[in-house]
Design a protein around this ligand. Structure first.
Ligand code: 3AM
Length: 170
């Protein structure tokens, strides 16, 4: 399966972010659906059952560092990937450590984590027709994360669908 490890915002905060996003960018036709909001910690790519089991066991035996809060107070746009995202104005040590741990765990199971420098973010829109204007209202959200999820990513004609496979307490 195509898989990744991520953090999922609680439903209430996710809805608030989604409402803010819809108000800020009414001109963007396809904002990411609120059900798909997540912060990718490690993109694993295609993994088979044995690798999945090994990663799950390793995570279960690790100290993941405990629950933490992340400020989501900065909007960014990566022009190459054409991704509009919501992230943080400063580094979050807990998130960075978690990403490092997950990368090590993946490597131990023979999975090379792809992606550039880790930048915790929620993708709000992909490939808008034009670069989005600045947000009308600056974001100032805080999300509390208690668990890490292993997701399967299913790509079909309607886009990406994420199915939770496992959840681990931080
Ligand atoms: O968390 P975001 O939305 O930035 O773009 C994909 C999405 O990122 C990313 O993994 C997340 C869940 O699908 N992704 C997809 N293919 C990838 C790849 N080959 C990838 N990240 C790194 N390398």
């Amino acid at each position: 399966m195509r898989a990744f490890l991520s953090l999922t915002p609680d439903a209430e905060t996710a809805m608030t972010i989604s409402q803010w996003s819809a108000l800020c960018w009414p001109m963007i036709e396809r904002l990411v659906p609120v059900q798909n909001y997540h912060i990718t910690i490690a993109f694993l790519g295609e993994i088979d059952g044995a690798v999945q089991q090994s990663i799950v066991e390793d995570i279960e035996n690790r100290n993941l560092g405990g629950a933490f809060a992340l400020a989501l107070n900065r909007v960014g746009y990566w022009p190459d990937a054409r991704v509009l995202w919501l992230g943080s104005d400063k580094a979050c040590e807990a998130a960075n450590k978690l990403a490092q741990t997950c990368k090590q765990i993946a490597n131990r199971s023979g999975v090379r984590v792809s992606g550039k420098k880790f930048e915790p973010h929620i993708t709000l829109a992909r490939k808008p027709v034009v670069a989005p204007p600045a947000a009308l209202i600056d974001p100032d959200f805080t999300v509390q994360f208690e668990s890490l999820q292993l997701y399967q990513s299913i790509l079909d004609r309607s886009g990406a669908r994420y199915v939770e496979v496992e959840s681990f307490r931080l």
